[in-house]
Write a protein that binds this ligand. Structure first.
Ligand SMILES: Nc1ncnc2c1ncn2[C@@H]1O[C@H](COP(=O)(O)OP(=O)(O)OP(=O)(O)O)[C@@H](O)[C@H]1O
Ligand SMILES: [Mg+2]
Ligand SMILES: [Mg+2]
Length: 549
């Protein structure tokens, strides 16, 4: 109690001064890392070797996703990342006496939409509860959450891994979603090691979260990483959470245990607050191996909360022991049950439709989800499944690809290489988004069209693309004209160049005449060198064949 009382009183001062408050409390690890896509599924689930061969990992995740909303869950304070400390704090967020929660409809709609996208049952009536714990960054001494009856239950997340010998087979897996509950975020404690003090920032206090609780259906870090990555894409497609893990918009608690298949679940540990997909995979695999080692040495796994240390790659016990905590759950007295309606027809007479949450309206607004998008891309454009993953993984790339396709006759299977290698490769090198590409889709389409209709060779097309990248706004025809890169169409000139090459390489010509057709490619390369890649390879081959026959 003491800690939260101090936090609340000190906060008032800090709200006036717009500066952070100092408290001596437990340290807090803060990491900033970039989001990465799940790696390929190259290994089988972790298992113990030799003597206890059948011990396998069991993984269940709790994911806190920050709801993409302008204001907090129960107050009108704005939600913004990296604002000055304690500048986005209302009296309610600071838990001043006499303040009451007002539920943000946008947050409820986001949770319902997320539930629908994950095939959940939406509870027509859900309830809010108080969960008590005492940290300086939780000034009320409790968090409002949904323990007894959450807004959505019993769903499924389908995620994919790339497996098989050639790593291009899509393996689909399911993880059950136990529930999605609405709850408040806490503030942030930032430890100042030098002064042994902790700074409290309440900007995040009261921000709306969806906690998604998954059943323990996964068995290794790789699966968990793929599931979280898929969830991140789904939330981003829905717009219900921006999913930026490095900004803490998605934080994962990994519950891990090991057991022999068919036996009851083992004792779990909970690795808290992991904010990168890559670290999640590493933390889980480390934890599975650690538990196997403990059991193999005859020890027992403790039900405890752990943290992942990204430097050492290890999980380490945290000071608070989850098992000992009593949250003293109680119904939140200041909020009525949350009621949502299936459709407009089920609204009680006199209800203002604009104030109600109507499930059917939200269902009608569901966008195309990543899994559906990938299947559609493979089916309609005939591209490989792994290319559909690359496209969907990169924000805006599907739209870019399809805009190029619309404006060129080039086959999708040929366009995909340009988009995923030439374009995406360059964007990644420079850490740029698709929206920042200096080459617009129509400009790329124009270039590809010139190649498709035989006006330039494929090697020239690559040169031109490089130039378009370097000089934004310059079109392909402009560059081709300026640098005289168009195909050499003068047949007499081509014959002359080919003749020169043939005359200068009698040994190669003999080899071709003796049936070594590969040497013809060398001669073609020499002609291309002479023409700076501007000769039509089909025509050059014909001329050379004639001259070496
Ligand atoms: N033996 C187990 N091994 C691995 N995961 C487990 C095991 N038992 C439960 N889990 C997972 O642990 C998580 C439990 O989450 P839940 O929110 O229900 O409870 P909690 O962790 O006690 O609460 P809190 O929200 O306070 O962390 C679920 O994701 C579930 O799948
Ligand atoms: Mg939980
Ligand atoms: Mg938990």
């Amino acid at each position: 109690m003491a800690a939260s009382t101090v936090a609340a009183s000190e906060l008032i001062k800090s709200m006036n001064k717009q500066m952070s408050t100092l408290y001596p409390i437990a340290s807090c690890v803060i990491r900033r890392i970039s989001t990465t896509s799940a790696r390929r599924h190259s290994q089988s689930p972790l298992t113990a070797q030799s003597d206890s061969q059948q011990l396998v990992g069991v993984v269940g995740l709790e994911i806190h996703a920050q709801i993409n909303s302008n204001t907090k869950l129960f107050s009108g304070s704005p939600v913004r990342f990296s604002a000055p400390p304690n500048s986005l704090v209302s009296f309610f967020d600071a838990s001043l006496p006499g303040t009451l929660p007002v539920l943000n409809r946008r947050c409820v709609e986001a949770a319902v939409m997320t539930g629908l996208a994950l095939n959940c049952t939406i509870n027509q009536k859900s309830l809010f509860d108080r969960k008590h714990y005492f940290y300086a960054d939780l000034p009320a001494g409790y968090q409002i959450t949904q323990q007894r009856r959450p807004v959505a239950v019993d769903g499924t997340l389908t995620y994919s891994l790339l497996g098989g010998k050639q790593r291009n087979q899509v393996v689909k897996k399911n993880v059950h979603i136990k529930q999605i509950q609405l709850e408040q975020d806490s503030g942030k404690s930032l430890h100042d090691d030098a002064r042994s003090h902790t700074l409290i920032d309440l900007n995040r206090a009261g921000v709306g979260l969806m906690e998604l609780v998954m059943e323990p259906d996964m068995s290794c870090g790789e699966e968990a990483a793929a599931a979280v990555r898929e969830l991140q894409l789904i939330l981003q497609a829905l717009g219900t959470c921006q999913g930026n893990m490095s900004e803490g918009q998605m934080r994962v608690d990994a519950n891990v245990s090991v057991r022999k298949p068919g036996e009851p679940l083992g004792v779990r540990t909970e690795v808290k607050n992991i904010n990168s997909v890559r670290y999640l995979a590493r933390a889980i695999d480390y934890e599975i191996q650690r538990q196997i080692d403990v059991l193999q040495r005859g020890g027992k796994v403790q039900n405890e909360t752990r943290a992942f240390d990204s430097k050492s790659g290890e999980t380490i016990p945290m000071r608070d022991k989850e098992g000992l905590q009593d949250y003293r759950f109680m119904p939140e007295p200041n909020l009525p049950p949350l009621i949502v309606y299936e459709d407009n027809a089920s609204l009680p007479a006199g209800t203002d439709a604009c104030q109600a949450v109507v499930v059917q309206e939200i269902r009608d607004r569901l966008p195309e989800l990543p899994g559906v998008k990938r299947d559609r891309l493979v089916q309609t454009h005939g591209i490989l499944p792994e290319h559909s993953f690359t496209l969907v993984n990169e924000d805006g790339l599907v739209e870019y690809f399809e805009a190029v396709l619309k404006a060129t006759r080039k086959e999708p299977r040929k366009v995909i290489g340009w988009v995923t290698k030439e374009l995406l490769g360059r964007l990644r090198e420079r850490d740029m988004s698709v929206g920042q590409s200096p080459v617009a889709p129509l400009a790329l389409a124009e270039l590809l069209e010139l190649q498709e209709t035989g006006r330039i060779s494929s090697s020239v097309a690559k040169q031109v693309f490089q130039e378009m990248w370097r000089s934004p706004g310059k079109t392909a025809p402009q560059i081709i004209q300026e640098q005289d890169l168009g195909l050499v169409s003068d047949m007499a000139q081509l014959h002359d160049i080919c003749q020169k090459v043939v005359d200068a390489h009698p040994d190669e010509v003999d080899a071709v005449r003796n049936g070594n057709k590969k040497v013809l490619n060398k001669l073609m390369g020499l002609v291309q060198r002479e023409t700076k890649g501007r000769a039509d390879p089909v025509v050059v081959r014909e001329i050379l064949q004639e001259k070496t026959s």
